[in-house]
Design a protein around this ligand. Structure first.
Ligand code: GRG
Length: 295
């Protein structure tokens, strides 16, 4: 299959939805224009949309074939964008650039950036409640997402990452940071797609395993790209992990070994979905892409 073409087609669907969503904020009575602007700016800045693509690919892997999945997939991008806005704040990673543009707080100020993140996170759940599927499915999806974003998920990973900045972390702590800060939302992206397509418990288990492996591999490759990538490729300053004393896979295992670990995880992810038919081909290609991505 042609992954570029697949990415292009699915990304267009997601971007169309996001455009309509953000336009509705402009029109929405009660949504202050400053908030609309600060939500629109990072959301439409052109990310890879990898999490929505994983939701769609997870949905298709178990036989889903309707565009009903697009709003649910797009809600993942709202959550991801919120996490980037907050992650870039001076109190967190203090980054000036994201997606090749000044960060949201640089343009709109810290208070507005924080609130734009809060608004995107909240609206992600609002979008899910409006999705065309039964109430049980909606509750299952919201449960999966709140767990992935919350204290035992992304926020948990983020706080351990910050607490251990400048200190030598144990290997188990680095694993915790990576699997929670980044991995949990990636895993949830796939599982939500599978839930929307009525996956059997067996299929859901296999996709969960796939999601865990690709989620960790994605963050390891992100650590590697912070060393080997350029500012233009990454859309933000690189080399910042080491300046901040971040605990990363390369700082613990070295570059070569980190790449080997990521390759092993991608092989494991492919093994986890071995029994799936050709409808899982996009998931397989996305897993391989994680190893060769440059941005
Ligand atoms: C609750 C105050 C408060 C803050 C939470 C949860 C959180 C802050 C931050 C999450 C940490 C984080 C940003 C993890 C993701 C790291 C990562 C790999 C980001 C880049 O993702 P890509 O490569 O980026 O998919 P694009 O720009 O393509 O979307």
């Amino acid at each position: 299959m042609n992954l570029n073409l697949y990415f292009k087609r699915k990304r267009r669907l997601v971007d169309e939805f996001l455009k309509a969503y953000i336009f509705s904020k402009k029109k929405q009575k009660g949504c202050p224009w400053q908030l609309y602007e600060a939500m629109s700016y990072p959301l439409m800045a052109g990310g890879k949309r990898i999490r929505p693509l994983l939701t769609i690919a997870g949905y298709e892997a178990v036989g889903g074939d309707s565009n009903n999945i697009v709003p649910v997939a797009a809600s993942l991008e709202l959550i991801h964008t919120y996490s980037l806005i907050h992650d870039d704040l001076p109190a967190m990673d203090n980054d000036d650039f994201r997606r090749n543009k000044p960060t949201t707080h640089k343009v709109f100020g810290e208070a507005t950036a924080i609130l734009a993140g809060d608004a995107l996170l909240t609206d992600a759940f609002s979008i899910i409640t409006e999705t065309k599927t039964g109430p049980e499915k909606k509750v299952a999806i919201i449960g999966e997402l709140t767990h992935a974003c919350g204290p035992s998920g992304m926020v948990g990973g983020q706080i351990v990452d910050i607490m251990l900045e400048g200190k030598k972390a144990k290997k188990k702590d680095i694993l915790y940071i990576h699997t929670h800060k980044t991995g949990s939302l990636i895993k949830a992206s796939i599982c939500i797609g599978a839930i929307m397509a009525h996956a059997s418990p067996d299929k859901l288990n296999s996709l969960t395993e796939y999601g865990e492996r690709v989620g960790l591999a994605f963050q390891i490759m992100d650590d590697i790209l912070d060393i080997t990538g350029t500012k233009e490729e990454m859309g933000k300053l690189t080399g910042t992990d080491s300046i901040r004393g971040k605990n990363t896979y390369p700082s613990t295992f070295g570059l070569k070994e980190s790449k080997k670990i990521a390759e092993g995880l991608i092989n494991d992810s492919l093994r986890a979905i071995k029994s799936f038919d050709k409808k899982a081909e996009p998931l397989r290609e996305i897993a391989r892409y994680i190893l060769w991505r440059r941005c």
